[in-house]
Structures are given as structure tokens and as C-alpha cells.
Design a protein around this ligand. Structure first.
Ligand code: MSP
Length: 644
């Protein structure tokens, strides 16, 4: 293959499963890719940014069945949700690949046949455990649980056993070539801790990989062998080739392959750092430069996922704040490799302190003063004095660092450095006190100089913020009276003093209104209420229902929780043990009338601390206008009996 030019830059996100709607975790990967892609475009690279959807496989097949849809109908619906979210987040992808597109399917079949002809794919029988949620085969050393089933070590869900005739990929033959490749390319996987993880995994030995299924209908058919479909990961990984034209626009493909960076979450590292380069080696393609494994956004210390019920819907934040504060927060709060905990407190703190105070006020104050004192147009100013020169030099220092950080994909550090400079400009204004200088007419040129400096600084600040906050940067650029789009100013031509004297500056509008945390949380609760109601209408499977351990509990003792009108603390016998529970029923029932009563309790709900008391279960009650009615039994029943 021809060598691709150094100025092209190819960046990808994982392609997302269409079993469910996107959440903040998915948005994170895509926002990182967007920021890097925009930065590379500013730097003069010819960038191709690919994202898309992973539509085949058992996970999607199962989700569609549960929703009473055909897999393709579910995929069509979800693709709209993903595309809508990317639009709302201002994601500037160049192409969106769906694995159900015929160009993709045909190319995957072609590669499959080529590898089969070469002997890298061969037929055999697979017997083992498979996790549908992760679309992954379990390692052999995962132990059997009591009842003869296995739990997926990655996601904690129950795996099923599969035994079927299938095709294997000769992964074992690539153990040494992979290790040699890692040794020669130590930054292939980033951050370095993840590279070590991959190397030690491969050193433990690689087994051949089953890459077809007979039990899954919803997949790309294996050519010339009816009944077999291609394993979803073999199918999906090849999107990185087919999405840029392999085997349908070869010159475009050759222009961009190999990828400069595959951006992924750490949960899918092995697929990208082991299987993918092995598939590519087998097919004779050059290997990607970097696989960057980012961390997870956690909520309540767990990875956000729909099945855990802890996902954050980005739409509520987007409606209230627009996309830039969310983009800023996700990229600023943590280095790309680490996990972060999403809290509204943390988010609103960043909005108020970094965006509204540090940046928003600087824009507002500077441009309003230019209006008030110069009618929006500074035409004359003093020469640069010591403080002005220092500000410009500070910019040169920051600029160097900002560029290095962006180049190194250290987006949080680039933002930190931009804020360091923003605060230097804030200090420059505080030290030079233009509002005082304005009182003396004879100092008009000095005043002009101070405000010009601040506005010129804002111009470069907004330029550097563009990859992360494109919309707000454009607004600042527009307030400054710039006519050409930000993207048209090449990074190489960016200078502090590029702001033209005499340029007409517009009256600024507030960019980032301050937000009151309590008000926001109240509003969010109100917004989520109807959604929660809707969620209750969602159908669950019998397996999901079975997960609830419902039993007959007997109240041994009950007392009011001090300082509350509604809460009762109860000691409850659940047959096998005694539990403490807190329930909001004291406004309807007195402790005395409850003692000795039996009711239904869910005993495997995670404990929650209520008013300092750990509640180790929950009673079931009907609720009308906030008041609980407990369903008691109409005949005596064994304490601890199962309820189904
Ligand atoms: N379909 C596969 C990828 C195939 S790529 C050839 C897949 N899809 S996914 O929808 O489950 O996840 C896509 C990406 O979203 C992964 O990189 C995953 O790490 C990321 N995230 C999902 N939840 C996340 C968080 N809570 N936090 C950060 N990113 C996480 O895997």
C-alpha cells in the first residue's frame, strides 16, 4: 500500500451498539474525538473523523426482540437518536458508518474469504461461555458459580454456554508478531499503563478466536456457508477500513489509512489492541498509530450503564446549558486515561467558576468598556509598555504549552493552561484598572492600549478554545468583529496582535449565565419525573423480574425516626435473618399497629443510608398522593416465604 501523507489525520470513535439510546459515556468518547479533530484541522491537517453504529450481533438481536421490533427497525430508530445527540453536541464528524450498509457487509465478507484462503481462518468447533452483554467469550479460568453458571468478569452478568461448529481466526499465530510490534511501537497503546496491560495479557498466550456463530441470525452471513454468521467484533472492527472507502473508494482509503488514533473506552481495549492489529497483520494492512483507551464516567462510583439504571441523559443538561459547558466539563475534569465521577455539583461549580466568572466576565467587562469608552472602536493607542509586553510574552509561553498538550491529546492540561492565561489577563486588567484610567481624558491612548491588549488576548483565547467550545468561541470571535470564520485562521498564522486596530467591536451578550445549584437540581427533578414515569412503563423480562428477591417479612419492632414526621425504623424478620429497615409510612401507621404484621419486602436491594440509619431492604406499598398503604396478608403465612 502507498504511504499516506503526513498531513492527513484519521481519527475514529468506537461504533456504538444500537441496543439502546446514547448516554453521557458515549458522548464522552465522541466529544474527545471531536476536539482532537477540530484541533488537527486548525493545525492544517487534512482530517477525516469517522463515527457510526455497530448494528449486528446477539445483543442487538435480543434488545430488538424484547421491544417487539426487527433488529434493523431498532437500529434505524437508534441511529436517529445517535445522530441527534451528535448534532446537539456540535460533533463535526466527516462520515457515519453503519455496519448494516452493504459496502461494509461485502467488504467484511471479502476479507473473511481472503483470510480463509490464506489459512488464517479455519473451521472447527467452539465450546465455551459467552457474555451477550459484552459480546465476548469468557476466558477459560473464569470459575463456575454454584448453580453451574458463569459470571462475566467484565460486566458481572450471567454468561451462557455455547457449543457450535464455527470458524476460528488463528490468533495464536500472531502472539509473537504482536509482541514484536508492541516492542517497536511502545506508544501504540496509550496511556502507558494500558500498553503494559496488553503486553502482559499477550505474554500469557493467545488462543485461536471463534469468529462465527450459528446461533445468531442477526449478523453478516459467512460467504458460501449457510447458517454461519460473522462474530460481531470481527464485523465491527473492520468499520475502520470500510468507513473510509475500503473496498469501494480505494484512493480515499489509501489517503487516510492507517488511522492516526482509534479512540476507545478502556473496556474495549483488548479488541482494539490485540484482535484488531492481528486481523490487520493477517490481511496485510499497515497498523494504526495509536489506540487511546480513555477512562469511564462513573455515577455513584459505578460505570454508567442503562442496566444499572445510573445513566445520565445528556439532553437535560444540553437544554439548560447548551453543548459547550458539557463539552468543557467532560474534557477539563479528568485526564483522558482516568475515570471521573459525574456530579451535578462538580459540573455547576465549573460552569459558575471557570465559565461564568473567569471567562464570561472577562469577555463582558472588556468588550463593554470598549463600547462605553470608545463606542466600540479603538482607533488609537499608546505603545506597548512593560506590563503589556509581559502579557504578550505570557501568551507566547502559554501558547507553546497549549499546543504541546493538544498535540499530545492531553486536553485537560491544554484547558488548564488556557485558564492559566485567562487569569493572567484578568490580573492584567485588575492591575491596570482601566475603569480608573477612563476618568482622565488625557489618558485616552493609555486606556486604548489596555483594552486593546485585553481584546487581543480574548481573540487568541477564543481561538484556542475552539476545539473544545466551538460555539462559544465563535460568539467571542463575532463580538470582536472578526469577519472570517475562526477555522480560516491557520494556527501557524495566529499572533497575539492579529486583532486589527479600528475594528468594530459588537456589544457582547452574556455567554455563560451563572446557575444556582439548588434551582437546577429542582428543575432537573421536575423534568425527570415524567421520564421516570415513562420508564416505569418499560417492559421488563421475566429474567429481570426474577432478579428481585421478594419475601414475606414480619415487623418485630417499630419506632419513629427522631426529627421526622414520616419515617419509621423497623426491625424485620425475613425468615433467614433480622434486618433494619427505614420506611416513609409513619404519617399513616403508628409503630404499635405495625408490630407483628407481615408484608412483602424486597431483600436484595442495595442498602441505603436514610437519616444516618442503614436501611437493609424495602417494603412494598401502594402510594396515593404521597401516602403509603401497605398490602398485608389476609391469612397467616410463613415468615420468609418467597413472593413471586
Ligand atoms: N460496539 C462496541 C464498539 C465497537 S468498535 C469497533 C461497543 N459499543 S458501546 O456502545 O458499548 O460502547 C462504545 C464506547 O462507549 C466504548 O468506548 C465505551 O467505553 C464507551 N462508554 C460507554 N459507557 C461509558 C462510560 N460510562 N464512560 C465513558 N465511556 C463509556 O463497545
Amino acid at each position: 500500500m502507498e504511504k499516506k501523507s503526513k498531513t492527513t489525520f484519521y481519527i475514529t470513535t468506537p461504533i456504538y451498539y444500537v441496543n439502546d439510546v446514547p448516554h453521557i459515556g458515549h458522548a464522552y468518547t465522541t466529544i474527545i474525538a471531536d476536539a482532537i479533530s477540530r484541533f488537527k484541522k486548525l493545525s492544517g491537517n487534512d482530517v477525516f473523523f469517522l463515527t457510526g453504529t455497530d448494528e449486528h450481533g446477539q445483543k442487538v438481536e435480543k434488545a430488538a426482540k424484547e421491544k417487539g421490533l426487527k433488529p434493523i427497525e431498532l437500529a434505524d430508530k437508534m441511529v436517529v437518536r445517535f445522530k441527534d445527540l451528535w448534532k446537539a453536541l456540535n460533533i463535526s464528524y466527516d462520515s457515519f458508518i453503519r455496519t448494516t450498509q452493504s459496502v461494509h457487509e461485502q467488504s467484511v465478507q471479502k476479507i473473511f474469504l481472503e483470510l480463509k484462503d490464506k489459512g488464517d481462518i479455519f473451521k472447527g468447533t467452539y465450546k465455551g461461555w459467552y457474555c451477550v452483554s459484552d459480546e465476548n467469550f469468557l476466558p477459560e479460568d473464569v470459575p463456575l458459580e454454584g448453580a453451574g453458571h458463569k459470571i462475566c468478569p467484565d460486566c458481572g452478568k450471567e454468561a451462557g454456554i455455547v457449543s457450535e461448529e464455527c470458524y476460528f481466526f488463528k490468533l495464536s499465530a500472531y502472539e509473537k508478531p504482536l509482541l514484536d510490534f508492541y516492542a517497536k511501537n511502545p506508544t501504540f497503546v496509550r496511556p502507558p499503563s494500558r500498553m503494559n496491560e496488553v503486553v502482559s495479557f499477550v505474554k500469557q498466550g493467545l488462543k485461536d478466536l471463534s469468529i462465527t456463530r450459528t446461533s445468531v441470525e442477526w449478523g453478516i452471513p459467512v460467504p458460501d456457508d449457510a447458517g454461519h454468521t460473522i462474530y460481531v467484533w470481527f464485523d465491527a472492527l473492520h468499520n475502520y477500513l470500510t468507513g473510509i472507502g475500503y473496498d469501494w473508494d480505494i484512493s480515499h482509503f489509501q489517503k487516510f489509512w492507517p488511522a492516526n488514533i482509534h479512540l476507545i473506552g478502556k473496556d474495549i481495549l483488548r479488541f482494539h489492541a490485540i484482535f484488531w492489529p492481528a486481523f490487520l497483520m493477517a490481511a496485510g494492512f499497515p497498523l494504526p498509530q495509536t489506540v487511546f483507551g480513555h477512562g469511564w464516567w462513573l455515577k455513584d462510583k459505578a460505570k454508567m450503564s442503562k442496566s444499572k439504571g445510573n445513566v445520565l441523559d445528556p439532553h437535560i443538561i444540553l437544554e439548560t446549558f447548551g453543548e459547550d459547558p458539557l463539552r468543557y466539563f467532560l474534557l477539563r475534569e479528568i485526564p483522558i486515561g482516568l475515570d471521573g465521577n459525574f456530579s451535578h455539583e462538580g459540573f455547576i461549580h465549573r460552569v459558575n467558576s471557570d465559565l461564568a466568572n473567569d471567562l464570561g466576565n472577562l469577555v463582558q467587562r472588556t468588550l463593554t468598556m470598549i463600547h462605553n469608552y470608545f463606542g466600540g472602536k479603538i482607533e488609537e493607542m499608546d505603545k506597548e509598555d512593560k506590563a503589556d509586553k509581559k502579557l504578550r510574552e505570557e501568551f507566547d509561553n502559554s501558547r507553546k504549552k497549549i499546543l504541546e498538550f493538544y498535540e499530545d491529546y492531553a486536553l485537560n492540561r491544554a484547558l488548564e493552561e488556557i485558564w492559566f492565561f485567562i487569569n493572567i489577563v484578568n490580573k492584567y486588567l485588575a492591575d491596570n484598572e482601566p475603569w480608573k484610567v477612563a476618568k482622565d481624558d488625557s489618558q485616552k491612548k493609555k486606556l486604548g492600549r489596555i483594552l486593546y491588549q485585553a481584546a487581543a488576548a480574548l481573540r487568541v483565547i477564543s481561538y484556542f478554545l475552539f476545539p473544545v467550545m466551538p460555539e462559544s468561541s465563535k460568539k467571542i470571535w463575532d463580538f470582536l468583529g472578526e469577519e472570517k470564520p475562526i477555522e480560516d485562521e491557520p494556527l501557524s498564522g495566529l499572533k497575539f496582535e492579529n486583532l486589527k486596530l479600528g475594528q468594530v467591536i459588537k456589544k457582547p451578550k452574556p455567554l455563560f449565565p451563572r446557575v444556582d445549584l439548588k434551582e437546577f437540581l429542582k428543575e432537573e427533578d421536575a423534568r425527570q419525573a415524567p421520564q421516570k414515569k415513562e420508564d416505569k412503563m418499560d417492559m421488563i423480562t421475566f429474567d429481570e423480574f426474577k432478579k428481585m428477591d421478594l419475601r414475606v417479612g414480619e415487623i418485630l419492632k417499630a419506632e419513629r425516626v427522631e426529627g421526622t414526621d414520616k419515617l419509621l425504623k423497623m426491625e424485620v424478620d425475613i425468615g433467614t435473618e433480622k434486618r433494619t429497615m427505614v420506611a416513609g409510612v409513619a404519617d399513616v401507621y403508628s409503630p404499635e399497629e405495625l408490630e407483628g404484621k407481615k408484608f412483602i419486602v424486597i431483600v436484595n436491594l442495595k442498602p441505603a443510608v436514610i437519616r444516618g440509619i442503614e436501611s437493609q431492604g424495602m417494603l412494598l406499598a401502594a402510594e396515593v398522593e404521597g401516602k403509603a398503604t401497605i398490602p398485608f396478608f389476609d391469612k397467616d403465612i410463613l415468615t420468609g416465604a418467597k413472593v413471586r
